[in-house]
Design a protein around this ligand. Structure first.
Ligand SMILES: CC(C)(COP(=O)(O)OP(=O)(O)OC[C@H]1O[C@@H](n2cnc3c(N)ncnc32)[C@H](O)[C@@H]1OP(=O)(O)O)[C@@H](O)C(=O)NCCC(=O)NCCSC(=O)C[C@H](O)C(=O)O
Ligand SMILES: [Mg+2]
Length: 290
């Protein structure tokens, strides 16, 4: 597992065929951008979209933002050409939707290598179908080049014939929790799904908070207005930082008295809480130095 802290609080999708959005993204404070060739690009715009996203990656004009190209899914008429073009362009990552097995992960890594993808280009995979959910553990652990799992909650709802409801339905929550366990067991990164109602900031905040509480590293987004709220939701707050520092100080004092347990603000703290406190401080430091 890599020890580098790479914030992925806000991961903004944009249609690869929308040149205005690709241009605008150069000034949006998202941690990562997903240049999409799949669902947001109509069949007759797939070739234009592919040329646009390759040019965007090659432009080198996106600063600190991590760049991923989302290719069309395995088995579609565009998939092979997308993977080849994306591998040659060398973004930070190639995101493959609807991955369903470890074998597919291995085949994708082989296709990237055959197309000459540079070493820095990671594989990201989406988990968004029932079959993928049932194979989440083997997918997440299939290869070290696969570093990030992205949830596709629209497809989960679609494929299970469910409904989008505030707070998310039980199947979506189960899918999120289940995949999060699989990804953490593999020591990798997991990003929550999108919130479709672009004009509902309160609903977005509630869903981002829910994702943060579950342990997601960040949220995928569909509109620039969702970036700042996601950055806030997935950053340690001033209170979090103060609490982490207080816990470390209290634990150090207890350790000087040869105690392995202490209290801070009336709550028990042990070594494991200090690991979490250190993780929060390291993350806050990484954000400051970004
Ligand atoms: C959702 C949208 C179609 C809304 O578009 P629109 O009504 O045009 O938005 P605005 O007029 O409010 O836009 C204001 C300006 O911001 C730019 N913009 C809009 N969206 C983006 C974006 N995503 N990235 C960058 N810039 C963006 C507009 O160009 C305007 O700029 P300007 O004119 O200069 O002021 C639209 O937001 C959109 O297309 N969003 C992305 C949709 C997308 O990528 N969908 C696919 C990914 S989601 C998915 O597939 C889910 C997953 O697989 C699952 O299963 O869940
Ligand atoms: Mg999807």
């Amino acid at each position: 597992m890599s020890t580098e802290i790479r914030p992925r609080r806000s991961v903004l999708y944009m249609p690869g065929a929308n040149e205005r959005a690709l241009e605008k993204a150069k000034t949006i404070d998202a941690d990562a951008l997903i240049l999409d060739l799949e669902d947001s690009v109509s069949p007759d715009a797939k070739e234009t979209g592919r040329a646009n996203v390759v040019a965007a990656v090659r432009s080198g004009e996106y600063g600190h933002r991590e760049l991923a190209i989302r290719v069309n899914s395995i088995g579609t008429q565009w998939h092979d050409d997308d993977v080849k073009a994306a591998s040659e362009a060398g973004p930070d990552a190639i995101l493959v939707p609807k991955v369903e097995s470890a074998e597919q992960v291995l085949a994708l890594v082989a296709a990237m290598e055959a197309a000459g993808a540079p070493a820095h280009t990671q594989l990201w995979a989406m988990i968004e179908t029932p079959r993928a959910l049932l194979h989440a553990e083997e997918i997440a652990a299939a290869h070290e080049r696969l570093t990030v799992i992205v949830m596709g909650t629209n497809d989960v709802v679609n494929e299970t014939y469910g409904l989008h409801v505030p707070g998310r339905n039980a199947v979506v929550l189960t899918s999120l929790a289940w995949t999060l366990l699989a990804v953490r067991a593999a020591g990798k990164v997991i990003i929550d799904g999108v919130y479709n109602a672009v004009k509902d900031p309160e609903g977005f905040d509630a869903e981002a908070k829910q994702g943060r509480e579950m342990g997601f590293d960040g949220k995928t987004l569909i509109h620039p207005s969702q970036v700042e709220p996601a950055n806030v939701a997935f950053s340690p707050s001033e209170d979090d930082i103060e609490r982490a520092e207080g816990m470390i100080a209290a634990f150090e004092e207890a350790a000087r008295e040869n105690k392995g347990v202490a209290t801070f603000n009336g709550k028990m703290i042990e070594e494991l809480h200090i690991r979490d406190a250190n993780r929060i401080l390291a993350y806050a430091e990484a954000l400051k130095n970004r």
